[in-house]
Design a protein around this ligand. Sequence first.
Ligand code: CA
Length: 342
Amino acid sequence: MADAPRKSRLVSEVDFNKDGKQTGFIRLFHSTHDSAYGFLPIPIVVVKNGEGPTALFTSGNHGDEYEGQVALTNLAKSLDPVRIKGRVIILTMANYPAALVGRRVSPIDDLHLNRIFPGDPDGTVTRQIAHYIDSELIPLADFVMDLHSGGSSLNYVPCALATQSNDPALFQKQLAALRAFGAPFTYIQGGAQGQGGNQTLGSGAERRGKIALGSELGGCGTVNPAGLAIAERGVRNVLVHLGILPTSDWVEPPSPTRFLDVRGQDYYVYAPENGVFEPLVQLGDTVAIGTPAARIHFTETPWLPPVEIAFKAAGIVMCQRIPARTKRGDCLFHLASDLKIT
Ligand code: CA
């Protein structure tokens, strides 16, 4: 006889099946020197009214990415249960310990929530969070959107994204939802090459056959106002698209989204040496193969010439490293190029 699936130890203060707006915490019991019987309070908001689809929105998966956290905090306050049909579940600080201190990974176990799905109910704190989201929240949802930005070390042209589903019908649903989200740019990544592979929250959602979307709304460990505005309009438009909010709430994006493709390792520029990174292009620039991308300066050996790196592909500069001090292997840029959607 197969072992029964192991259950999450986390306890929800909210009832996902009750109509109305409920706010509270997911309790993750964590016994420490300072708090022997205490729990980590992961904030959650559930808004439900009758029958209809369920949308799950998450942010703070990386704790140093803020546009999504602010957009979902505002969404949580603005949703009126009498105006919706279905259910919206909002997790503003998915990796609560990391979000509390504004770091990409957890200060408790040093784990990266978006690289450990489907998690482990008996693992350390971050593994337990991944397992709860994967086994308790995602199964409730028809649609899952995990809002990201570049974090402390990267900055992005605000955009939405999806990892292309292998299921053509599900991919069409991803595209329709991305058009509704209406970011100026949207990039599609292949399953194998996506950063994080199959251990991300989004891949957990896709394994369960859900419409899974992501975003990169800015970065630098700040709130990018343009990225925030895109997210605020986008999450509401997606709810209209799903039939959860009324069509009168639709706000037309200024232009249809431009679909882009990130085709492989040639789209990424990495530091070839340790040194000081001087960018030679700006976010949003269009570059060709051979366009100079960056210089790495050797300030410890100022008699040596800098190394200049060129782009190996053509496209739009979507992402740039922020800190100037860099080590061999750091990602300095990534590109995306136009994608024809058939
Ligand atoms: Ca991120």
